[in-house]
Design a binder for this molecule. Structure first.
Ligand code: ARG
Length: 572
């Protein structure tokens, strides 16, 4: 796929400026910024030139504006800025044609990531433990980031790095002997119950805790019986998780986990011993490097000889590099683990791994106030169930009021519920915390998934009423300011997708979709007030052009929602 309409004009404008100034275009391109909407589309500030040219910026801008000529751009000086505005034509036709030709792939660009691999560690829940709030965020964020990178032509290796090794396993195992029902060993919910009880007991009773540690030591020593039980729990959990992923439309390239590195710990410790060095502290093994004040050292082995999360992550990082030769290695994990990742990457650097700097902790904030009717321990599946239930009530209400017809209300409720939770999460900047509120995420008027799904279904409906999207049309008829505004929102998707990839920030896509929907809604309102401005205009040529615009908006909403992992029902 070729570059976006926006980047094409930006490059042409930068090239013209560069030629006039006698400097390389690459130097100018980064200085071309979006203009104040009332002043144009692109803007170049002349302040930095004032010194060398010994002229006031407005005079420089005026001089440049007079000499520059770029097809399709109207160039004007505004004070110290040289501004360019996209002429209605061919710009409008280019945007619509690009969007419509790309269809579901609009916003992607398979050249950007060509030949490059990114590993994305996301979701990564712990086996036999409840899927907590942080797993909800990593699952939605990671899925979306994976979709975005895939759309940009990267080879994506999505890794679900299960927490399937460690002392908590011992807890589940010894807990199962006390509270477990062998007939329910394949019931994920039961294992979670057992874990919760065992965990509470271990906190109160040191002997019980010791039994759990002992069980894990047996696992690390390769005890067949212990491993057999562990494997049963693991399989049960994976089966349970898969149901959720299927529901969310997530497919991992790899479902593996910490246990993959059992038996490989000594080799890693050996390697560390050669570079940064390893030393003993109170019977435990730690990495021998200077630590920032108040920073604990990286623990490699406890005094009882068992290994740790960090040890396994070191082995996993190396393994990922050996297997995938990644250009980037992302870890979509809660902000709470920032210290862990800082130390992990630093240890890798000290070990002399040049690719350590390609590793990125894509951190995110907390969700506050998320609870379900089932109670305190929030599980992703329960959240989705409740979202579906609440959506179903809305669907039913709308069907009864004659506002909605659907042949599958249950499926629609599932799609709306999933969209509510996903968008409710992804619209927030990932680094910030947010408060979860059921009424808010399911409100039709707010910045919500259901609002966007509805905007999409509504435009599908308009197209249907208009006899479908036209093959040929005259884009020069789209002269209303509301139409030009919508064209500009549609234009932005490819740029926004690039920014979202660079910043690992799905909220940028989420916000653009809200802008598209708002722009579309202003356009409908206009038509309701003035018949001549309706999309389904009486004049054939006008109607075709407007339907092509509506179709491009549909494509943008559908492609964007799909990137966010949100279903796009056609009727609602
Ligand atoms: N299982 C961990 C947790 O639930 C997250 C793992 C993240 N990935 C990693 N490579 N450490 O907290």
């Amino acid at each position: 796929m070729s570059s976006s309409v926006y980047s094409k004009y930006r490059a042409a404008f930068a090239q013209a400026l560069a030629t006039a100034l006698g400097v390389p275009a690459a130097d100018i391109e980064a200085q071309v910024k979006p203009a104040e909407p009332t002043h144009g589309d692109l803007s170049f500030a002349t302040f930095p030139l004032a010194k060398a040219q010994k002229k006031a910026p407005p005079a420089i801008a005026a001089g440049l504006a007079q000499t520059l000529s770029v097809p399709g751009l109207e160039i004007k000086a505004v004070g110290p800025y040289v501004n360019a505005r996209f002429m209605a034509m061919p710009f409008t036709a280019e945007v619509l044609d690009t969007a419509r030709a790309a269809g579901p792939r609009y916003g992607g660009d398979s050249d950007v990531g060509k030949g490059k691999t990114v590993t994305i560690d996301y979701s990564s829940p712990n086996i036999a433990k409840p899927i907590g709030f942080h797993h909800i965020r990593t699952t939605f964020l990671g899925h979306c980031i994976a979709n975005i990178y895939r759309a940009l032509g990267w080879r994506v290796e999505g890794i679900n790095y299960l927490g399937d090794w460690g002392k908590q396993f011992g807890l589940v195992a010894v807990g199962f002997q006390e509270y477990g029902d062998p007939a329910r060993i394949e019931d994920m919910g039961h294992l979670v119950e057992v874990y919760v009880k065992a965990n509470a007991r271990a906190k109160a009773e040191p002997e019980f805790d010791e039994k759990a540690r002992d069980f894990f030591r047996r696992m690390e020593a390769g005890d067949a019986e212990a491993l057999k039980l562990w494997n049963q729990f693991r399989e049960t959990s994976i089966r349970g998780f898969k149901v959720i992923y299927q529901r969310m439309g997530i497919e991992f390239e790899h479902i593996e986990g910490e246990s993959r590195y059992q038996g490989k710990m000594d080799a890693v410790i050996e390697q560390i011993a050669q570079k940064p060095g390893v030393k003993e502290s109170q019977g435990a093994l730690i990495v021998d490097m200077p630590y920032a004040e108040n920073e604990p050292p990286v623990l490699l082995k406890k005094n009882d000889g068992s290994t740790l999360y960090a040890t396994r992550d070191l082995a996993a990082a190396e393994d990922r590099y050996e297997r995938f030769h990644f250009e980037k290695s992302l870890y979509v994990v809660a902000q709470d683990q920032a210290l862990h990742f800082r130390q992990l990457f630093r240890t890798l650097t000290e070990m002399g791994q040049p690719w350590a700097e390609r590793c990125v902790h894509v951190a995110f904030g907390r969700i506050h106030g998320m609870s379900t009717r089932k109670g305190q321990v929030v599980q992703l599946n329960d959240v989705l169930d409740e979202a579906k239930e609440r959506a179903a009530a809305k669907v039913k209400e709308n069907i009864e009021a004659g506002r909605l017809t659907t042949d599958d209300p249950e499926k629609l409720a599932e799609q709306i519920g999933l969209g509510a939770i996903a968008f409710g999460d992804l619209k927030h900047k990932r680094a910030s915390d947010y408060n979860f509120d059921w009424d808010e995420v399911l409100s039709i008027e707010g910045h919500t998934g259901i609002y966007l799904q509805y905007a999409h279904a509504r435009v599908v409906n308009v197209l249907r009423k208009g006899g479908g999207a036209p093959a040929s049309y005259d884009a020069s008829l789209l002269t209303l300011p509301e139409e030009q505004a919508l064209v500009r929102e549609i234009m932005r998707l490819p740029e926004v997708v690039l920014d979202a990839a660079e910043q690992y920030e799905p909220s940028l896509v989420a916000r653009l979709l809200l802008d598209v929907a708002a722009s579309l809604s202003r356009y409908y309102t206009l038509g309701n007030q003035d018949r001549t401005k309706r999309i389904l205009a009486e004049d054939d040529a006008l109607r075709s052009a407007r339907l092509a615009l509506a179709d491009s908006a549909r494509v943008t909403l559908a492609a964007g929602l799909t990137l966010l992992g949100i279903p796009t029902p056609e009727n609602m």
